[in-house]
Design a protein around this ligand. Structure first.
Ligand SMILES: C[S@@+](CC[C@H](N)C(=O)[O-])C[C@H]1O[C@@H](n2cnc3c(N)ncnc32)[C@H](O)[C@@H]1O
Length: 295
């Protein structure tokens, strides 16, 4: 089982499309304090999560990153795989060295275009994101992934961005649609991007994967059962509240205060229940085989 852990809701960036900017999520002052790192790691370990994806906000947000480093240390002590989603903003050599030393298993850097102006118009801190890729590679760190959120603005640059990422040695380049309010949601941009990227990298199942995504995005009756949220993937906030998905409000339990039997029962019930559409659509980016060009 894999846990998305929202360690805070703060970020050095304010991306134009971000769940927090568009009002889908609300920032608050809660974060996983270094003093709670041990009890969080114990709870996560006891429940049986094998991998934890630290996200937010930003786990490496300049004002709170020390707390995340303490948490990573505790998780690694227990043999748990630690993956980080980050913008890379405001990091320096001390951070790059530390990430290597801590044995972080994967760093997923958000980058919206190879083009600095486009990236910065949606996110900001382009140079920092690129520096994180380059500096980690320089240190012999190979476990880099990238996430490119496809918007109407950057969609036509998706294929050259993929080529650029591959040239930089990033093999695990993920693309996902921007999610907007239901009435504004438009999946044509991701469709165009995927079709263009498919021409650059084509693996045996690429076409099938792209068709599957298109079906999930465009067919209102499509119920793709492959979404693993609430089954193998869960979401926990900085207060310890566990949810089946980012976009489902029904709290399952609190991993810090509820007893283990109750927590496990809630997880089992969630895994066995049939999920409906979320955020108005299936979160195709979270299919078990999310990268259509991966073996
Ligand atoms: C919420 S951020 C947290 C981690 C970190 N701050 C970062 O920038 O990667 C995780 C990912 O979600 C993406 N994201 C944010 N808002 C989104 C939206 N409305 N639709 C799709 N992806 C979104 C971000 O671009 C990023 O790749």
């Amino acid at each position: 089982m894999i846990l998305f852990l929202l360690v805070n809701s703060m970020c050095d960036l304010c991306c134009s499309y971000c769940f927090y900017t568009i009002g889908h999520e609300k920032r608050d002052s809660s974060y996983i304090d270094s003093q709670k790192a041990e009890i969080f790691a114990n709870a996560i370990d006891r429940i049986g999560f094998k991998s934890v994806i630290l996200t937010g906000g930003d786990p490496l947000y300049s004002g709170l990153k020390e707390h995340s480093y303490a948490l990573i240390e505790e998780l690694k002590k227990r043999g748990i795989r630690v993956l980080i989603n980050t913008s890379g903003a405001k990091l320096d050599d001390v951070d790059y060295d530390r990430l290597v030393r801590l044995g972080v298993d994967r760093i997923d850097i958000s980058i919206n275009s190879y083009d600095e102006a486009i990236h910065n118009s949606e996110r900001g801190y382009y140079q920092d994101a690129v520096r994180l890729i380059d500096e980690m590679h320089k240190r012999g760190y190979r476990e880099l992934a990238t996430t490119t959120v496809i918007t109407p603005t950057n969609s036509s640059f998706a294929a050259p961005t993929l080529s650029w990422l591959l040239d930089k040695g990033v093999e695990d380049a993920r693309f996902q649609p921007v999610f907007m309010a239901k009435e504004l949601q438009d999946y044509s941009a991701i469709g165009c991007a995927m079709n263009a990227c498919m021409k650059i990298v084509s693996k045996p199942h690429t076409e099938h994967y792209v068709r599957l995504c298109e079906e999930a995005f465009t067919d209102p009756n499509c119920r793709v059962d492959d979404c693993q949220m609430g089954k193998n993937y869960f979401v926990c906030n900085a207060k310890g509240d566990l949810y089946p998905c980012f976009h489902v409000d029904e709290r399952l339990c609190n991993i810090l205060s509820d007893d283990l039997d109750f927590t496990r029962m809630q997880i089992r019930k969630s895994s066995e229940s049939k999920r409906g559409a979320c955020f108005g659509k299936h979160c195709v980016s979270l299919f078990d085989n999310p990268i259509f060009w991966k073996e």
